[in-house]
Design a protein around this ligand. Sequence first.
Ligand SMILES: Cc1cc2nc3c(=O)[nH]c(=O)nc-3n(C[C@H](O)[C@H](O)[C@H](O)COP(=O)(O)O)c2cc1C
Length: 248
Amino acid sequence: MMDILMNRRTIRKYTDIKVDDILLQEILAAGCRTSTTGNMQVYSIIITRSEAMKKALAPLHFNQKVVTEAPVLITFCADFNRFNKWCLQRNTEPGYDNFLSFVTASIDAMLVAQTVCIAAESKGLGICYLGTTTYMANKIIEVLKLPKGVVPITTITMGWPAEIPEQVDRLPLEAILHNEVYSDYSKEEINRYYSEKENRSDSKQFVDENKKETLAQVFTDVRYKKADNVHFSKILLQVLKDQGFMNQ
Ligand SMILES: Cc1cc2nc3c(=O)[nH]c(=O)nc-3n(C[C@H](O)[C@H](O)[C@H](O)COP(=O)(O)O)c2cc1C
């Protein structure tokens, strides 16, 4: 298991071999053994296999090629709808129409998503997360017919790998770790911790291609721009209101 975790990489190209339904069910069942808040399982999992649904979802994932090329897409949703219905049918009033409950259900959804990924990777499958799910949650809600109480949190693509890309870097572990209390970063530490990433040839190429001075500028000016973040935040906040998570 440690080898699987240490050697994994995101896979964005898949063979034509189908992901067998029984195998997928096994992976999803293993994923659902992950920890879940109060054992409430406040999440739902939506499987997309049909070409028609992939085509409908593709533009909502900014037409990333992996969406139509992958045999399976799986969208993980924060879901209090089912739990609320159970409460109402059992003579009690649910109190989950608030932001905390959204965060609770999102945590549950991400935990199950990541456990499904590990289960899939342990079987030799490849996965790619799609962060576009939270950007376009309003439209994904329409396409996937998500009722009130349900918000899409993340999507993964899954299939048999047709590539073994180079592993990408990670910050050194010491950059992430704090002992007992948070130890804030000096300028020198920031320089040291980011130097390996900045000195990689692919990073330098990225900076040149985008005509930037630093790698950080590629993030702030190209990949994750403030204007986009503000725009998609507004949409997501509206989604939380519409889906009934901002009432208290
Ligand atoms: C929440 C989340 C959203 C992501 N969104 C995308 C995406 O939209 N498209 C994509 O190609 N990769 C996406 N990724 C994959 C990351 O780019 C990838 O994990 C990262 O570059 C590290 O590469 P590795 O997984 O191969 O180690 C996402 C990953 C996460 C965790």
